[in-house]
Every structure is written in C-alpha cells, then in structure tokens.
Design a protein around this ligand. Sequence first.
Ligand code: NG6
Ligand code: CA
Length: 509
Amino acid sequence: MGYRWNMAGVLVEPASMRFLIIFFLSISLVQAQKPNVILIYVDDLGYGDLGSYGSKTIKTPHMDRLAKQGLRFTQAYSTSATCTPSRYSLLTGTYAVRRKDTGIATGDASALILPGQQTIASIFSKAGYQSAVIGKWHLGLGPQGGPNWNGKIAQGPLDIGFTEAFILPATGDRVPCVYVENDRVVGLDANDPIQVSYTTKIGIMPTGKENPELLRMKHSHGHDQSIVNGVGRIGYMQGGTAALWKDEDIAQRLTDRAKSFIGRNQRKPFFLYFATHDIHVPRLPHAKFLGKSGHGNRGDALLQLDDSVGQLMKTLDSLELTKNTIVILTSDNGPVVDDGYLDQSKELLGDHRPAAGLKGGKYSSFEAGTRVPFIVSWPAKIKQGTSHALLSQIDFVSSMAALVGQKVDQNQAKDSDNQLAAWIGQSKEGRTYVIEQAGSLAIRQGDWKYISPSKGAAVNAFVNIELGNNPADQLYNLSHDPAEKMNLAHENPTKVQELKLQLRAIMEK
Ligand code: NG6
Ligand code: CA
C-alpha cells in the first residue's frame, strides 16, 4: 500500500516520490535561473569614449545606464591592441601571441579556430545554452585556402560551438562586403558568384586607386582597392552584387538580428556575442545619426552604438529578462581617430578625448592600446559601483565556465583563469598581472608596467599614435605616472629583471 508510479514509470514509495519531485523541481529551478549572458564587444572603443568613463561631449546614456546599474571597471584590459588577436584570446582563453598567424586577418583568411576546438561558445552550448555570434567575426573562415563564398562555408562559428551566426566575415573595410548567416552568404545570386583576392586585382570593379572620382568618402591611407558602395576597401572583390551590405544599415541589421535571437530564446538560457561593427572604419552611420554628435563620423558612430545598446536593453526590459541577464560591455582595443578615411573625426574631435589621457591608442603597447571600458551588469546579483580590480578579457572563458558549472580544458584555454568573483564584484582582487600585446609585449603587475624591447617604429604617423616600440626596456609606474611619461627602467634594474623573467616564464608555459 502507498506505492505510486513515478514519472519514469517505476513503482516507488511516497517518501521517495516526494524526494524525486523535489529533485526534479530543483533541477528545473536551476535551469530557470541560469542567467543569460550578452557580451557587447565594441570595435575600437576608447577608455574615454563613454559618459561613464569621463566623456563630456558625446552622450552615451544607454551604455551609461548599464554602468549605473552594474559594475564599472577602471583597470580592465583587452589582450591585444588590435582586433583579431583580441578576439582569438577572448573566445579561446589562450594568448594569440602564442601563435604566429593571429595578426590582423585578411577578409579571405582561413579559420583560425578549428572545428572541435574549445571556445566560450562550445562551453555555453555544453551547459545547455543557445549561443549566437552576431556582428564582426574577423577570425577567418573555411579550410586552408580560405572560404568558399559561393557554397557552404565550412569551418565557421557553427563548428566551434555557436548555435547560430550572423556575421561580417572580417571588418567593414575589408572585402567581401557581405553578411554570412550560419554557413552561407546572405542574398547571394548564384549567377553572380563572389570572387575575392588580397593579392591581385580581379574582375572589373573599380578601385579607389584608379578611380578616386567614384569615391563618396576619401581614404587618408590604405583603403584604395575595390570600391563598394562608393567606399574604397582593403582587398579586391568581384560579383555578389545582390548580397552587398549597405554600410548605413549595418548597425540596425545586427541589432534587429540580436533582438530576434533574444526574443526567440527568451525562455531558454542564451549567450549572445554581439560584436558591433561600430565604431570601426568606415564610419558611415545611418542618416539618423549623421552630424548629430558634432564630432564627425566617429562621434556619430558612437551615438549609433549607444542606440543599438539601448534597443537591446529595451528588449530585455520588455521581456522581463533584465534582472537575470548578465550584460558585459567592453572593447577589442583602444581608440583611433583617423584609421584610414577622411570622415571629419580628426577635424571635429574638439575636446573629446577618446583615450581619457592615457598614452597611445589602437596598435599601441602603451595603456590606451588595451585598457578599455569594461562594464558588467547583472541586476539580480551585482551591486552597483566601481571596481579597480585588475581584469583581462583572457579570463572570459574560465570565468563564464565557472558561472555555468562547466569544466575547462586548460590545455586549450591555457591562459584563462577563473576570475568570476572579481567580474561580478564579489571580490576586489582581480589578477596579479595582465599581458598586453601590440608591436611589443608588455606585462603589468600591480602598478608596474614593463614593455619589452622592440625594433618597430616608435610612432605610426598615419594614425598619429605612439606605438610604445623602443629598442630599450621600458618600465612605468602607473600609479604615479598613468600617462607613461617617465621610463624608470634605468633606476629599477631589479624590477625590470623581475618582470622580464615573469613575462618569459608565462610565455614559455
Ligand atoms: C589596418 C587598417 C585599418 C583597420 C585595421 C584593423 C589600413 C591602412 N589600415 O591595417 O583601417 O582596418 O587594419 O582594425 O589598411 S581592427 O580593429 O580590425 O584590428
Ligand atoms: Ca578593433
């Protein structure tokens, strides 16, 4: 007497039945409570570009709301001062500098992360998350020899753990200027196949070099190959006319796609890697934003970016997902004003200070190259405030794995530590050191920063940025000298030696 059928069709006594019910209930509660994660990975956003990081002239209310409802970090770093290596490290948890082929990728590069390799997406997927990448990819696609633009593109985001992808293959200024959805170019006409070359001119599309009169936005350096939508790009392409993106629509197209992903997955846990094209060049914001910042196209692109973030937040609000969604907003590298197009950003910069007084910028080993805004919002768990913990994006993989209870294969995520407690404000301590990759390799440990010797140019005259390359050792004390003006290497040979050895030991790991 008293025995019942359980859900699996097995006869059990009432006490065990109660236990089973509680067990299944708690499992489903845990399921229900799994937080969603949105990583907003902005392109080329500087430490001083947001109101919440000191910008006075360009208004960024939505990103500031994120900062206000969450934690704003002051000492957080991307791993590199350019895009491809930062993204590689972010997604894999291994410093890109360990590989020779992770410099800025061309638009026809083959996949840098191979099928089956562990990534943050594969970890989220294992934890039962839907995971999408929407936006800029720039990590190569396809097997050796590059992707097949006219068929199924093998070796893409779907092969490394993402359940859905809607991407720009490389950057806005690199051909092919088309979207890829999952593993196919969107809107491609089979009778007008795409060809791409990064070595020789192909096809009949005019180039910026030969036909500058056809350009609606002139380049200041580079960007004089195929003209797409009146803008010179890097690389040559032919065909794919029906599939070409419209630069002015990119932000909204990506935002709409992200909103739809959130809407479709509102009842499942999801991970959204939202990698904006803004505020990278070419900066061609929608007419709604053009001329609105008073600071040229870079400022206008910031307004557009803020609007995209606002739309995502509104979507979360309306679906009542805000509370249990972790939103992280950060950047792949520091700021650059003229990155190759004459778009009035330099002329109208005015008092805006994209790097907030830090030295250098994009491409640089100095602080502005990699110290970036970093905001984490999670209303259900995180107290508002500011954290000075030392953070690196290299820890995204291990920290998020810890969040969702997944094991990390440390052989594959060699450099990633679990820093979840610091990321969600439960600890004031972050890492003891960070590695910064640019023309030379730097290490920051506490307040000390050591930049290893490099023979590269000291200044990139095109972008007007001090790169931090120096044939001699450089040592700075960031608490006394945040702008890295005084090289203290001579006076502190012991510190130089200590950091040099530490850097070597980490790289030999
Ligand atoms: C540089 C481009 C620059 C930008 C950068 C990559 C020239 C002269 N400059 O080579 O415009 O595309 O590569 O930026 O071509 S990143 O943010 O994707 O790393
Ligand atoms: Ca970038």
